[in-house]
Design a protein around this ligand. Sequence first.
Ligand SMILES: Nc1ncnc2c1ncn2[C@@H]1O[C@H](COP(=O)(O)OP(=O)(O)OP(=O)(O)O)[C@@H](O)[C@H]1O
Ligand SMILES: [Mg+2]
Length: 343
Amino acid sequence: MPQASTKPTASSRDIGMDLGTANTLVYARGHGIVLNEPSVVAVRAGTVTAVAVGAEAKETIGRTPGSITAIRPLKDGVICDYEAAEEMIRHFVRKAVPGRRARSRTRMVICVPSGVTPVERRAIVQASTRAGARAVHLIEEPMAAAIGAGLPVDEPRGSMVVDIGGGTCEVAVISLGGIVTSRSLRVGGDRMDTAITDHVRKEHGLLIGERTAEDVKVAIGSAWPVPDRPELENRSFTVRGRERVGGMPQTLQLTSADVRAALDEPVQAIIAAVRATLEECPPELSGDVMEHGIVLTGGGALLPGLDLRIASATGIPVFVADDPLDCVVLGTGKCVENMDSLF
Ligand SMILES: Nc1ncnc2c1ncn2[C@@H]1O[C@H](COP(=O)(O)OP(=O)(O)OP(=O)(O)O)[C@@H](O)[C@H]1O
Ligand SMILES: [Mg+2]
């Protein structure tokens, strides 16, 4: 895998960006992945001036004083705060392409969820152009994910990819370099976090923050028992929150079973989307998917047992891609390397 390493030179003025709801990654032509940071901007209240961007800004979520707000400029895979998004893109482009002269010639490939509206596409192009890109080319996220996962997208053979990000889940069947059928649903890691927050509030009367819910999910979350890893079944995690009644700070021990129950609804929604996409797929291509399996990418693919759960619901083998968090940017990077044909 290309490493985040060397200082980009003039040849890396062309970049590919996976502008994600949770994380933004940048691939520089000739260099590989040069940036990987949370999609968060901390701004001073009432202004658009960023006081911190990326990892530094994520640390401030839920902990900011009144004068500073931590903003996630994307929601459900699309820009929801235009000014913060522009500021964030500008900051990341500056970091990935040092040197004003190189930046003035930067061409960008950015991926967008397959379900976005023309208005949402235009917002991304405009924010990137205003952030300094000379030319912007958009590609569809599931296609990038499939390329990055190493699927034979150009062959006359159906390949199914399910990319589960922070904001969206994209399900697509690809053949001969194009998306044959796809679904984009606004259910991803964020929805799983909210499901945990809701569960803890309803079942235990405790209010917890979104950062805490994500920590719980990553530490002890799972979707289905994993036979090789029985230890996953009996884990617990202590959370701190505030009592719903009374408002006093309180701690609580959550168990793996608690979290699996909480995650059931978003997991079911993902399974329903996979099934619906298979139902719409031409029979030859669904036959290919049955034979070669479904590939999972995106951070949600790291949820233990999700692959087994989807396999059990569909009767089709499911594989998690290598480095699932990097697939989309690596696929975008492939387009950047061949970018002269795009512009
Ligand atoms: N081990 C893990 N188990 C479960 N979820 C995880 C794990 N690691 C990361 N995640 C989740 O993956 C999500 C981030 O994935 P990713 O970076 O692919 O999203 P994104 O590309 O930013 O979002 P989108 O594609 O929806 O715009 C977060 O919600 C994060 O909590
Ligand atoms: Mg993504």
